[in-house]
Design a protein around this ligand. Structure first.
Ligand SMILES: *Cc1c(COP(=O)(O)O)cnc(C)c1O
Length: 230
């Protein structure tokens, strides 16, 4: 075992401990917080030790990249689950439905309709999250807060999708807690239980604000040397 594999396993345990501590501070049960280990830019060799250390839930942000490593890893480790956490183009929806166990980035009606059609065609239902652009940033994916209720309704009623919850990526320069609180409020009024929020820099705050899924990459795998395409 190389030094770097020991490091990712140690880091995983540290992140788990920090999640448990944050949950305790918030009076929450740690079991209600799922750690999504974000493995984008890392290959199967780097991911395997993290699976060996007991991690079964992962996140990837590009369909193409995920298709290069996860079919093999899933065969090797049948319990592993992978969420898509990056933007999805409708022409990749079929591949995404075949590979992923949840899609966290539904943000427009056309994508919701395409996913529903592909799930029907494949006879494979996977849950989705609606991604909310809580900071209304022009360059960022996600539905605007004001338009979220309507999209959730469309996903459920018109498309018959299993909407688990909401996901957000707060603006880099703003206090994340404001965005986490907003996401929680929108989820609550839509009767949604899952909140995917919090990354390496702010996952403890997210847990305190009710995150059920935290997406943590570099704090587990180390600094990414490749740029991950959003
Ligand atoms: C890369 C990524 C993460 C993880 O980011 P880190 O800062 O490395 O923890 C979480 N969510 C999304 C959507 C990402 O693209």
């Amino acid at each position: 075992m190389t030094a770097s594999t020991l490091t990712s396993q140690t880091r995983l345990q540290e992140v788990r401990q920090r999640i448990a501590d944050a949950a305790k501070r918030a009076g929450r049960d740690t079991a209600d917080v799922s750690l999504v280990a974000v493995s984008k830019t890392f290959d199967a060799e780097a991911i395997r030790p993290v699976i060996d250390a007991g991690q079964i839930l992962f996140g990837e942000n590009r369909v193409q990249e995920a298709m290069g490593k996860w079919p093999g890893l899933k065969q090797e480790f049948p319990d592993v689950r992978v969420h898509l956490i990056g933007p999805l183009q409708t022409n990749k929806a079929r591949d995404a439905v075949a590979l992923f166990d949840a899609i966290e980035t539904v943000d427009r009606p056309k994508l919701a309709r395409t996913l529903a059609k592909e799930m029907d065609a494949a006879d494979r239902r996977i849950p989705v999250f609606v991604q909310v652009n809580t900071g209304a940033e022009p360059q960022k994916a996600g539905v605007l807060p004001d338009e979220t209720d309507a999209l959730v309704t469309l996903c459920r009623e018109e498309c018959g999708l299993d909407v688990m919850g909401l996901m957000c990526i707060p603006p880099i320069e703003e206090e994340p807690s404001l965005h986490f609180a907003l996401l929680e409020k929108i989820a609550e009024r839509n009767g949604l239980a899952a909140l995917s929020m919090g990354m390496s820099a702010d996952f403890e705050i997210a847990v305190e604000f009710g995150a059920t899924h935290v997406r943590v990459g570099s704090a587990i795998f180390g600094t990414r040397t490749q740029t991950a395409v959003p």
